[in-house]
Design a protein around this ligand. Structure first.
Ligand code: AMP
Ligand code: MG
Length: 353
């Protein structure tokens, strides 16, 4: 390249940079949308930013991959949960990462508040039912129900109150295995929110709605000032929404439903939310629970616990942990905590109970 050309190019570059910068001061946030898969589910991101939105969406995907591969997966031997499960029965236990220690402490809090209906030590029972394989379309075909004796045996390896947490070390009793399936998506929402809060300057995101397999984070305020609408699926007709929650600001919304993962044997549905008191899918008159909370982990853990506890106790538990709940019973009735009644827009012909 000649000297003249170099100089001309440098001038052009300076000009472009100054034009770009004069532009950024006045730039309105733009909507960036991104759909992809991670953690075995669909991730959809809608982000408002005046900065480099695509870096943000890519960083979020990388964070979800890290969460799965390094921390939560039960299958991948790269994850901390995998290594912890390998350590069951070891006397000295294992040192936990700061992240994992935090997750376990929050999980134990929900286990205690929910009379053990939410229990991450359910791993052996989940494995016995083979729930991880139920996402396949033909998973009911040739499926063999576990025998009562096997369930009894697997249940004997569970119990959150038998987890040995000593400082930052975890002692997992012989035969016990951890399953973070009920909180993984909620933890993802917490981590995404923390990431968004830490963005600086031009990269800052002013508003976002991000769905991790149906668990939703709402963040900031939309430029047009309207609220976020988060749909609630009709568990009795999953092609339709029952209605939606109209939310403003930062919330985590998680749903547990008997339609999400199940097998059918002799015309009976066996779903993926196990009652740790029986070892069988929970059967307490509930079809779905949606929880709204400031905490992603708690919204996710509570949706599982409230499903198992049933309508009355479920509503009480949600309120006790500062969550709001919409519970749909097996008859199609809708039950809600007081704090959410004004935020739920019912689009179903059935009234509220
Ligand atoms: P969710 O859809 O959030 O209710 O989570 C259900 C998933 O959590 C299942 O697929 C299991 O992996 C696991 N799980 C099932 N029952 C329980 C339970 N009682 N406590 C904790 N995790 C559970
Ligand atoms: Mg859950």
């Amino acid at each position: 390249m000649t000297k003249y050309n170099q100089k001309a190019q440098a001038t052009l570059l300076l000009l472009t940079m100054s034009l770009a910068c004069s532009g950024c001061a006045a730039r309105e946030p733009e909507l960036i949308q991104h759909v992809d898969t991670a953690m075995g589910t669909i991730i959809s991101q809608s982000i408002y930013t005046a900065g480099a939105g695509t870096t943000v969406t890519e960083d979020i995907m990388a964070e979800l991959a890290r969460l799965e591969e390094k921390l939560l997966s039960r299958r991948l031997d790269t994850s901390e949960i995998y290594r912890l499960n390998q350590s069951a029965g070891e006397e000295e236990g294992r040192k936990l990462s700061q992240d994992m220690l935090g997750y376990l402490e929050q999980c134990l809090k929900v286990s205690e508040a929910s009379e053990g209906t939410f229990d991450i030590t359910i791993g052996d029972v989940v494995r016995l039912w083979d729930i991880d394989a139920w996402t396949l379309a033909d998973s009911s075909e040739g499926y063999m129900l576990p025998a009562g004796q096997q369930i009894k045996e697997a249940l004997s390896h569970t119990g959150y109150d038998r987890l040995g947490l000593e400082g930052d070390r975890l002692l997992l009793p012989e035969g016990m295995s951890l399953d973070m399936g009920a909180v993984g998506k909620g933890i993802a929402l917490d981590n995404i929110r923390d990431y968004l809060n830490n963005l600086q300057g031009e990269q800052k995101v002013t508003a976002a709605i991000i769905s991790v397999g149906g668990s939703v984070l709402t963040y900031g305020g939309k430029p047009d000032g309207t609220s976020w609408n988060v749909g609630i699926v009709n568990p009795h007709n999953t092609a339709q929404n029952l209605g939606y929650l109209s939310l403003t600001g930062e919330w985590c919304v998680s749903t547990s439903g008997d339609y999400e993962r199940y097998v059918e044997v002799d015309g009976k549905r066996y779903h993926h939310i196990i009652d740790p008191r029986t070892g069988y899918p929970a059967a307490n008159g509930v079809s779905s629970v949606t929880i709204v909370s400031r905490s992603g982990l708690e919204s996710d853990a509570l949706s599982t616990a409230c499903f198992i506890l049933g309508v009355e106790q479920g509503l009480k538990l949600a309120e006790a942990l500062d969550g709001e709940a919409v519970i749909v019973d097996t008859q199609g009735g809708i039950h809600m905590t007081e704090g959410i009644k004004d935020l739920f827009v019912n689009q179903n012909e059935r009234g509220l109970e």
